[in-house]
Design a binder for this molecule. Structure first.
Ligand SMILES: Cc1ncc(COP(=O)(O)O)c(C=O)c1O
Length: 404
C-alpha cells in the first residue's frame, strides 16, 4: 500500500473516531522520580533481596503506626498465613471473619483446616460489629479477623471488649488502613494488624505487606517463619549478606520482602499524610456531588472519632431507582473512559465456597445486598480536579439515562 493511501486511511479514521480521551483507571500508584531512583540504587547496589531497605521500611512503619514491632513480608496474604501458622490455627478451630472481604483470608482459614465462620456486616459501613460477632463465638473460636474497610476504622473498643470477654484473640485486617486512626490512635498501634502494600494500596511496594504487633514473642517467631524458620533475620548487615551458618529453628516459609520492593515505599510513607489528604479532598467532592443522586449510595462514615485513609471510594447502586444494575453501570462508565473496581464480591458466593456447607452463610443479608451493588470509583492522589469532574459527569449522565 502506498504512503498516500495509508495517510488517507488514517485521515478517515480520525474523522470517524472521536478524539480519544485517556482512560482513567480506578487507581494509579503514587510513585515519583525519587522513588524510582531508590529502586535503581538498590538494583545497582549488588544486594537486591531483603536487607537494609526492609529494615528502614519496618522502622518507618513503627513510626507511622506507633506499633512495637513491624515485620515486612511479601504480601498481606503471606503475613496472615504466617500469623495463622504461628497461632496454631488448624482442624477443629473456628475463625470468625466477614464474607465481604478479600478472598485470601477465607482461603487461608480453609487451607489451614480450620472453619471460617461468617458474620454479617453493617449495611452502610461494610464493617463487622461487636453485636454481629458475639453470637458467632463458640468454644471452638480461636480467632477473629475483622476488616477495616476502604480506609475507615472498625469500632475497635466494642470488638475488643467482646473478644476479651471470651478470651479470643483478634488479628486486624488492616490491608486498607495505612493512615487510618481510631479515636486518635493509628490502626495497628495495639494488638496485631496486617497491612497490605499491594499495587493499589495507599502505599505500595508492588506486592508486599507488613505485620504490626505488640507481642514480642510473636514478632520473633514471624521474623524467622518468613525466612525458612532460620534463627534471627539470616541477614548480616555488616557483610551485607546472609549469615552463612544460620540454622532452622522451626520449619518456616519463604515470604521475605526484597529490598528492591521495600525501598519503593520509603518516600511514599513520607508523603502519606499529604497523599491521604488529597484522597480525602477527592472523596469530599464525590460525596458532595452524589448527595443529589438517589440511585447512588456512598458508604456511611463511622459515627465514632476517626481519620479516614480513603483507600477506596465505594458506592452502591440502588437498583430500585436505576433500571440497570452494578455490572451494567461499570460497563457504561468504562465506555465513557472511566475505570471502576469491585471490593468485594462476597467470598461465600465464589464458585469453590458455594459448593461447601458454610457456617453463618445463611444469615448474610447486608453482605449479599452490598455484594450485588458495590462499585469502586477512581480515587488516587494523582487525579486532577478535571479527572474528578469527569467521573462525576459520567456517573450523573448514566444515572439520568437509566433513572426509574
Ligand atoms: C481486605 C483485604 N485483606 C487482605 C488483602 C490481601 O493483601 P495482599 O494482596 O497484600 O496479600 C487485601 C488485598 O487487596 C484486602 O483488600
Amino acid at each position: 500500500m502506498s504512503n498516500n493511501s495509508v495517510d488517507a486511511i488514517q485521515r478517515i479514521r480520525a474523522i470517524a473516531e472521536p478524539a480519544s480521551v485517556e482512560f482513567l483507571p480506578f487507581m494509579r500508584p503514587d510513585i515519583d522520580a525519587r522513588d524510582i531512583d531508590e529502586v535503581v540504587a538498590v538494583l545497582r547496589s549488588g544486594w537486591i533481596t531483603s536487607g537494609s531497605k526492609v529494615k528502614q521500611l519496618e522502622e518507618k512503619f513503627v513510626q507511622q503506626v506507633g506499633c512495637e514491632h513491624a515485620i515486612a513480608v511479601s504480601s498481606a496474604t503471606a503475613g496472615l498465613h504466617l500469623v495463622l501458622h504461628a497461632m496454631g490455627i488448624g482442624p477443629g478451630d473456628e475463625v470468625i471473619t466477614p464474607s465481604l472481604t478479600w478472598v485470601s483470608t477465607v482461603n487461608l482459614i480453609h487451607l489451614s483446616g480450620a472453619t471460617p465462620v461468617f458474620v454479617d456486616v453493617d449495611r452502610h459501613t461494610l464493617m463487622v460489629t461487636a453485636e454481629q460477632i458475639e453470637p458467632a463465638i463458640t468454644s471452638r473460636t480461636k480467632l477473629i479477623i475483622p476488616v477495616h474497610y476502604a480506609g475507615a476504622p472498625l469500632d475497635q473498643d466494642s470488638i475488643r471488649s467482646v473478644a476479651s470477654r471470651y478470651s479470643v484473640p483478634i488479628v486486624d485486617d488492616a490491608a486498607h488502613a495505612l493512615g487510618t486512626y481510631y479515636q486518635g490512635a493509628h490502626v495497628g498501634s495495639r494488638g496485631t494488624a496486617i497491612f497490605s502494600l499491594q499495587a493499589i494500596k495507599n502505599v505500595t511496594t508492588a506486592e508486599g505487606g507488613v505485620i504490626c504487633t505488640d507481642d514480642s514473642h510473636l514478632a520473633k517467631r514471624l521474623r524467622r517463619l518468613r525466612f525458612h524458620g532460620l534463627g534471627a533475620d539470616a541477614f548480616d548487615r555488616k557483610t551485607n549478606s546472609r549469615l552463612p551458618n544460620a540454622e532452622v529453628v522451626e520449619p518456616g516459609f519463604k515470604c521475605n520482602l526484597p529490598d528492591m520492593n521495600a525501598c519503593l515505599a520509603l518516600g511514599q510513607l513520607d508523603r502519606l499524610a499529604s497523599s491521604n489528604a488529597r484522597r480525602a479532598a477527592i472523596a469530599q467532592q464525590y460525596s458532595q456531588a452524589f448527595m443529589s443522586l438517589d440511585a447512588i449510595l456512598p458508604l456511611d462514615r463511622p459515627v465514632y472519632t476517626h481519620e479516614h485513609a480513603w483507600h477506596l471510594f465505594m458506592v452502591r447502586v440502588d437498583t430500585d431507582r436505576l433500571s440497570i444494575g452494578r455490572d451494567a453501570l461499570m460497563l457504561q462508565l468504562k465506555e465513557q473512559g472511566i475505570g471502576t473496581g469491585l471490593h468485594f464480591r462476597a467470598v461465600h458466593q465464589h464458585a469453590f465456597y458455594k459448593a461447601l456447607p458454610l457456617t453463618g452463610a445463611a444469615k448474610l443479608e447486608n453482605t449479599n445486598w452490598n455484594s450485588d451493588r458495590l462499585v469502586t470509583l477512581p480515587l488516587f492522589p494523582g487525579m486532577s480536579d478535571a479527572d474528578v469532574d469527569r467521573v462525576i459527569v459520567a456517573v450523573k449522565t448514566t444515572v439520568s439515562r437509566f433513572a426509574i
